[in-house]
Design a protein around this ligand. Structure first.
Ligand code: EPZ
Length: 427
């Protein structure tokens, strides 16, 4: 396993290219199952989770071709063709490594009339149930069976009739599975209290480009008119708003000035507002966002919430930044039950953070000191990198496989703007 060594104190300055969004790519890739024509996705980030999903699609008999890109390029083009599907089973050994595999359930059910997916276990941040995915598919007419750690969804002969479902809890993945199942249903489907994340808008835009009929895109009330077939498409994955927000925190904590190329301000308004409240200057531009540290950091109080609220995926990164604010911040994590794994590690770097249930109080300190720290989950790992960039001395972040799931070539991007950072083998 590799580790990253950061020597803190360097002010970041320059341009960071923002990659395609992991959480959009992971719901766009399974759309290839919905047609026997080629689907080409551009701006795909080079990430372990994308590689894992490609392998899963190959498991179903989907051919995938990565079009040549120069090693220095960020992002890749992948063409997927599900002419013949030879298996509708997503096996345990693949699903356990990447819980987003559950997103094949809806499209596979729509295409093949049945799908079998190993139940994704929980993960570091929570037990991550999939009950809402299953209830939504049942509302569309599927029969759900659970046995030997697998979930099997079966459509009636002739396909799903469609139906209506009101989500009791906003769920990104359950909304995505429901939409992908509904687009080939025999009738109309309506969803209420659907998730509105930009990644879901990206999914709907791709599906419409493939011939789907969806109304209410971007709202929490969606109507899908089932069609008999979808055709192929070529589509560019949206920019990663969480990666962009993460690098904005990195620029701010070092007192730097960074242009986040390809970041889309309209998709990250809550993050921008939080950074402005923390005293960071944010200037949206035509092809990105300019982030400039602008005096001492100020404390912020906020709760995470479904979009357009402050993203839970940004909580750990903002917390790292607020460790150096002049005053105490109060962050409340309302989405996941265990998303403070970064706190003990940040405190080992000299932070003063107290957690009580879902709430963390971050007492600002004058400086952080480098330490050897352990990544526990994707966003927690990034918060340790952000802290290390500002900490006095050397920080070593171990278990980088967490980071590699969601940040394309992180150390190269940070080195582009002056960070003293290197990746070395972890002896
Ligand atoms: C997606 O996960 C993202 N992952 C997560 O990003 C993100 O944190 C999350 O949405 C919330 O924005 C991908 O898109 C691949 P949810 P998902 O269903 O779909 C509960 C990252 O760091 N729930 O919106 O799994 C659930 O326990 C990752 O990039 C049920 O109770 O999240 C949670 O409390 C981490 N039953 C809440 O809903 C269900 O059937 C929101 O979960 C489904 C979810």
């Amino acid at each position: 396993m590799d580790k990253i060594i950061i020597r803190g104190g360097k002010r970041l300055s320059g341009t960071i290219p923002v990659s395609g969004a992991k959480n959009a790519a992971l719901t766009l890739l399974p759309c290839a199952l919905l047609t026997d024509e080629p689907l080409t996705l551009r701006n795909l980030p080079r990430l372990a989770d994308i590689d894992g999903f490609q392998h899963l699609m190959n498991q179903f008999g989907v051919t995938t071709v990565i079009q040549g890109s120069r090693p220095e390029d960020f992002g890749r083009v992948m063409s997927l063709e599900a002419t013949r599907i030879t298996s509708s089973v997503a096996p345990y050994d693949l699903v356990r490594k990447m819980r987003a595999s559950i997103l094949v359930l809806g499209p596979m059910l729509a295409r093949m009339g049945e799908a079998t997916v190993s139940l994704p276990g929980g993960c570091a941040i929570g037990n991550r149930p999939i009950d809402l995915h299953l209830k939504a598919l049942e509302a569309l007419g599927a029969t759900i069976e659970l046995a030997q750690g697998y979930v099997r969804a079966i459509a009636p002969d002739g396909g799903l009739p469609g139906g209506r479902y009101s989500f009791p809890v906003v769920s990104v993945g359950a909304t995505e599975n429901a939409i992908m199942a509904a687009v080939l249903a025999n009738g109309k489907s309506t969803f209420h209290n659907a998730a509105r994340e930009p990644e879901i808008v990206d999914l709907c835009k791709l599906l419409v480009a493939m011939g789907a009929e969806i109304e209410g895109i971007g709202t929490s009330d969606l109507t899908v008119h089932g069609v008999s077939r979808l055709h192929g498409a070529t589509y560019r994955v949206m920019s990663d708003r969480i990666e962009a927000g993460s690098y904005a925190c990195a620029a701010a904590i070092t007192g730097g000035e960074v242009f986040l190329k390809n970041a889309v301000a309209e998709e990250m308004e809550a993050t921008i507002q939080a950074l402005r409240d923390a005293g960071v200057a944010i200037e949206p531009r035509r092809d990105g966002i300019q982030v400039t540290a602008d005096g001492p950091l100020k404390p912020v109080t906020l709760s995470t919430a479904p979009y357009p609220g402050f993203a839970t995926d940004m909580q750990a990164q903002l917390m790292a930044l607020l460790c150096l604010a002049k005053g105490s911040s109060v962050l409340t994590e309302t989405i996941f039950e265990n998303r403070y794994m970064h706190v003990p590690e940040l405190n080992r770097m000299g932070a003063k953070i107290e957690t009580k249930g879902r709430t963390a109080v971050v007492h600002g300190v004058d400086e952080l000191t480098g330490a050897e720290v352990m990544a526990t989950d994707l966003r927690a790992s990034m918060s340790l990198v952000i802290a290390g960039l500002a900490a006095k001395g050397e920080t070593q972040v171990h278990r980088l496989y967490h980071l590699d799931r969601g940040y394309e070539r992180l150390e190269e991007k940070l080195a582009l703007v002056g960070a003293d950072i290197e990746r070395v083998g972890d002896d």
